[in-house]
Design a protein around this ligand. Structure first.
Ligand code: ZN
Length: 137
């Protein structure tokens, strides 16, 4: 068998026999993308996918480091235009990253509401609790 098999990555293909199952040694490294993102291949269904699939980093040209930097600026309530000036990226790039992050946060909230049977108010309270904890630490 070629190369080391990844144990912490699962196949994202919904039709695959081992969909979302980790630790089965069915994922192998399969080259990388121009921005350095690792690609993987499932040996079961032969599908290839990026390391960043189902994350806000997916389908973005910028490196992970740059996206994290933009996230930090966004959390400081920096305006989109200011971020575009600081990072010297186009305003539309910043908007696209912001909407990807927003979409991901929405999914995260939906998970709490549907899977854990919390009400949206409870989720809000949980986040404000997390924020308070952060301030203390
Ligand atoms: Zn598969």
């Amino acid at each position: 068998m070629r190369k080391s098999r990844k144990l912490d990555v699962a196949c994202p293909n919904k039709n695959c026999r081992v969909h979302k199952k980790i630790g089965l040694r069915n994922i192998i490294r399969f080259g990388s993308q121009p921005n350095g993102t690792q690609r993987y291949r499932c040996t079961d269904c032969k599908r290839t996918f990026a390391r960043t699939i189902n994350t806000p980093f997916f389908h973005k040209h910028l490196s992970k480091k740059e996206i994290i930097h933009i996230c930090k600026l966004l959390s400081e309530k920096t305006s989109f235009r200011a971020i575009a000036r600081i990072t010297s990226h186009h305003l539309d790039t910043i908007r696209s990253i912001a909407s990807a992050i927003a979409e991901h946060c929405k999914k995260f909230n939906e998970y709490f509401v549907t899977e854990l049977n919390l009400t949206p108010i409870e989720v809000d309270e949980m986040w404000s609790f997390v924020k308070k904890k952060k301030k203390i630490v």
